[in-house]
Write a protein that binds this ligand. Structure first.
Ligand SMILES: [Zn+2]
Length: 271
């Protein structure tokens, strides 16, 4: 942990926190624009209501939201707290990953992975879609990372799976859910898990390897049930209450990312 630091640990954590917040700021752009098929590069950020361009000093991650009290400087329209939450989340996870893995190949790979999970979760919460433009390249990227890790970072204690484990993860993640969805639809006539969730689980398998699939599904189902039942009780909604499932799958994958060894020890003790 925290190995290979050329400077004081505190300075390192501060730099990683700021870097995470900046990336979070970019993730907000992705979350806002990908569902509409807009470019994530141009035009520069503007207020969604009055279209006023946002000056660089009003676009500082975390700080601007606090100074402007969550409102547009030009028209005082409320800015969604999502911007602040996403920046804080990415900054938090950047620090946590850095603390866990140090400045390593595992850190780089899991940083990209967590960023993708955050974008997917918030887009699913927003518009109930798991965007293919993230999950499909994510499947390929996870497999490529596993190959890079296998050939170049083999002696590093790594969370990156072997290419074989990654490939089985893709097939298990995609295949298991495809089969479940098919059976569910056959018996109930209702479309259960969406195709987007299936591609997301395949991406999770690609990045974390096949042992992550049952763990992710288990944690996601458990969390989903608890939150679902709580929502039904609180809102009085019926059984057809449909929660977006991607945030639960992402939470399961994150739990595995940080606690893989402890979790695997629990269900594959012979390893
Ligand atoms: Zn405005």
């Amino acid at each position: 942990m925290m190995n290979s630091l050329p400077f004081s640990p505190f300075l390192g954590l501060a730099i990683v926190f700021i870097f995470g917040a900046l990336v979070g700021s970019f993730l907000n752009v992705c979350i806002g624009r990908i569902p509409d098929g807009e470019s994530i590069v141009t035009p520069p950020s503007h207020c969604p209501k009055c279209k006023a361009p946002i000056a660089f000093y009003d676009n500082v991650p975390l700080l601007s939201f606090i100074f402007l009290r969550g409102r547009c400087r030009a028209c005082s329209e409320r800015i969604s707290p999502r911007y602040f939450i996403v920046e804080l989340l990415m900054a938090f996870f950047a620090v946590a990953l850095f603390y866990w893995f140090g400045l390593s190949f595992s850190f780089s790979v899991s940083f990209v992975f967590v960023a993708a999970l955050i974008v997917i979760s918030f887009i699913d919460l927003d518009v109930r879609i798991v965007p293919d433009v993230i999950s499909l390249p994510g499947i390929v990227l996870g497999l490529v990372f596993s190959a890079v890790g296998y050939f170049f970072f083999r002696n590093e204690l790594s969370i990156v799976p072997s290419p074989l484990s990654s490939l089985i993860g893709i097939l298990a993640g995609g295949g298991f859910l495809l089969a479940t969805a098919w059976v569910y639809e056959k018996f109930t006539g209702v479309e259960g898990m969406g195709g987007g969730d299936i591609k997301l689980l395949a991406m999770i398998g690609a990045f974390l390897g096949w042992p992550a699939i049952p763990v992710t599904l288990f944690i996601a189902s458990l969390l989903g049930s608890v939150v679902g039942i709580t929502c039904m009780v609180l809102t009085g909604a019926g059984r057809r209450l449909a929660l977006p499932f991607a945030p639960f799958l992402c939470s399961g994958a994150l739990a595995y990312l940080f606690f893989a060894n402890e979790i695997i020890e629990l269900y594959l003790p012979s390893r």
